[in-house]
Design a protein around this ligand. Structure first.
Ligand code: UD1
Length: 358
């Protein structure tokens, strides 16, 4: 069986790492090829994840680079189709919801290959997010769904997908988290900003709804700075946000903007933080498992189990919503949270066991 594994952007790398490790153990039966689309291309967004997570060098890099949504989609489809025409695969395995996920699924499916979607079925029901469109399109042409939650299963059933296509296996991102926890590594920022355990915030922001408009970004950051009660806020800045911040000039004594961190350093910070403020989806899963309070600055989430089961709360994108949540946090009234079923570190093994039956 010839299997292509697709990775393109930062949140894909921690999801494919354990699948590749599990495939290496059965490598005679499944011949895999790792394709990096090049959607994320610099060391901080891509290279360092390969090194730290022990992901082998991709067999092919499509080197598509930055661009608009359509430009990236078009370039990935063209280059991946070209590769498949010369060297076809039987199946393509895509993860998550980035542009590379959708583009490669379409190219492969149109050439008659099977599509496997890891983390299929999740929905924010917010069609203004590029990721939601990527999820909908990918799922529409997926043959096998490996899902992370019962909500995802229900979404797929409602869409009319046959039960036999839906396989609840857990969360490969959590495989990576649990495996690497003993290797988490104190970043330089720890000493530079004199951090103490459970006495600082970690913040990340990169969604267009939060960072593409100057006033919104400024108001959000100001409210978080105010709500932190003088605790340091460590803010590893995504390249998209950095471009925006350059023009705004926000400064506060407790706000420390740093470059994007490696996986082991970022999760060290999260594990020991008082709380996390983010607009990422993946981070809400990691905080749930590490039982760190998390405030999500979005109006919706495709990962509701991080709220109903985990430590996450949906604060919204209105900066005025932040203060009451901060109050609850400082008063020690945040929920303790639990861990969703099968987020146990063995998801990739379950996936590979199942792939062997195809
Ligand atoms: C993408 C994903 C998003 C994911 C995020 C994590 C889509 C639609 N979105 O959004 O789901 O949460 O990645 O980071 O796929 N850039 C660099 N270096 C890089 C990569 C990007 O400087 O290695 C710059 C680009 O030039 C661009 C900006 O960062 O200006 C945004 O990158 P892009 O890949 O377009 O989307 P993200 O916002 O990162």
């Amino acid at each position: 069986m010839k299997l292509d594994i697709i990775a393109g952007a930062r949140p894909n790398f921690m999801k494919i790492a354990p699948i590749i490790a599990a495939l290496e153990k059965v490598n005679i039966k499944i011949q895999y090829r790792l394709i990096h689309t090049g959607q994320h291309y610099d060391n901080k967004m891509s290279g360092s994840f390969f090194e730290q997570l022990g992901i082998p060098k991709p067999h092919v890099n499509l080197e598509v680079g930055s661009g608009t949504q359509a430009e990236q989609t078009a370039r990935i489809m063209e280059r991946y189709e070209n590769l498949l025409l010369k060297e076809p695969a039987d199946w393509v395995l895509v993860v998550g919801d980035v542009t590379s996920t959708m583009a490669c699924s379409i190219a492969a499916k149109k050439l008659g290959m099977g599509v496997i979607h890891v983390e299929g079925g999740i929905r924010s029901n917010d069609i203004t997010m590029p990721e939601e469109i990527n999820r909908m399109v990918t799922d529409a042409i997926t043959d096998i769904f490996y899902t992370t939650s019962e909500v995802a299963n229900q979404n797929l059933r409602k869409l009319g997908h046959d039960e036999s296509k839906i396989r609840y296996v857990g969360n490969t991102m959590i495989d990576t988290l649990l495996k690497n926890m003993p290797r988490f590594n104190k970043p330089k920022a720890w000493n530079v900003y004199d951090l103490n355990e459970k006495q600082y915030f970690v913040m990340t922001l990169h969604r267009p709804a939060n960072v593409d408009e100057e006033a919104q970004l400024k108001n959000l950051i100001n409210e978080i700075v105010k709500g932190a009660n003088d605790m340091p806020i460590i803010f590893p800045v995504h390249p998209r946000t950095a471009k925006m911040l350059k023009g705004i000039g926000i400064e506060a004594d407790n706000l420390h903007m740093i470059e994007p961190l490696g996986y082991l350093e970022f999760n060290y910070l999260v594990k020991h933080a008082f709380a996390v403020v983010t607009d990422s989806g993946g981070i809400t899963e990691e905080t749930t498992v590490m039982k760190v309070p998390c405030m999500t600055l979005r109006d919706n989430t495709e990962r509701p189990e991080t709220i109903t089961i985990g430590t996450n709360e949906l604060v919204g994108t209105n900066p005025d919503n932040i203060a009451p949540f901060m109050k609850k946090l400082h008063q020690g009234e945040w929920k303790a949270g639990d861990i969703p079923y099968l987020w146990d570190g063995h998801t990739a093994e379950r996936i590979v066991d199942d792939l062997l039956k195809l």
